[in-house]
Design a protein. Sequence first.
Length: 307
Amino acid sequence: MSLGVVVNPASRRAAAAMTALRAVAAETGWGEPMVHETAVDATGTGQARQCVRDGARRVVVVGGDGTTRAVAHGLAGSRVPMGIVPAGTANLYAHNLRLPLRDLTGAAWRALTGPARPADLGLARWRDEDGRWSREHPFLVMAGLGRDAETVARTSEEAKARVGWLAYFAPAGRAALRRPLPVRLSVDDGPERELAAWSVIAANCGVVRAGITIAHQARHDDGLLDLMEVTVRRPDQWLPLAAKGVLRLPGRVPGLRHEQAREVQVRLEQGTVAAQLDGDVVARVTALASRVEAGVLDVVGAVSTPG
């Protein structure tokens, strides 16, 4: 059996993950894998496609969310199963799939022996301040723009390394007091509408950092994006919204609107704002267009449940 591995050597647990993966591969009959390392200018898409060309029957990604979405992009439509050994910092997609996060050996066993199930891939492109649209970029958890992305952009790498997700608290507190952004939003083939939003997120999965649920109905395999419009206008509206996310409470709360779609486009009335994919800030934009490709991935070990 031919096994391909795409590993980000810069991931904090990459070396330990590869040791575990090689041991489990030998024990389960996969043998020595074909290993491709990522680089700053080659983040995993090309390596994944090379694995397919080389005849890999399964490809395992060892890294964080950035590497995982790049490999997923390379495997989309190939029907080659993708296993995941989470070795990054946040590992949001693996968390949503309920994969082992701390047990590298357990994650390797799941990646090499688990069944593969169809899953969706998100694709997003953005427009810069000069009016130029980017190419499409993959996402697996969410794509969004607004004050949430500004919060991520303003959180230092040093603070994240020192205290983890707690580093976001101070920037988030400051961002919560800022005014909503005037935007225009269109969904699928519907008309464009105006709103004032603190943030607009197209979610493929429901859970983000610190286990906070932003989209209770979101599923990684339903062929839909869950559009979350955060329209908080007063500071007192943040408490029920935060409680809904942290405690996973059902029902509606003021300042949050939800709908499902296959394509979403949001554009600012003026200026630029940060945009993010899977919690990673990618650019300052004037518009963001997101869509979903249903069932183009085969993901190993995924649990088909909401959030």
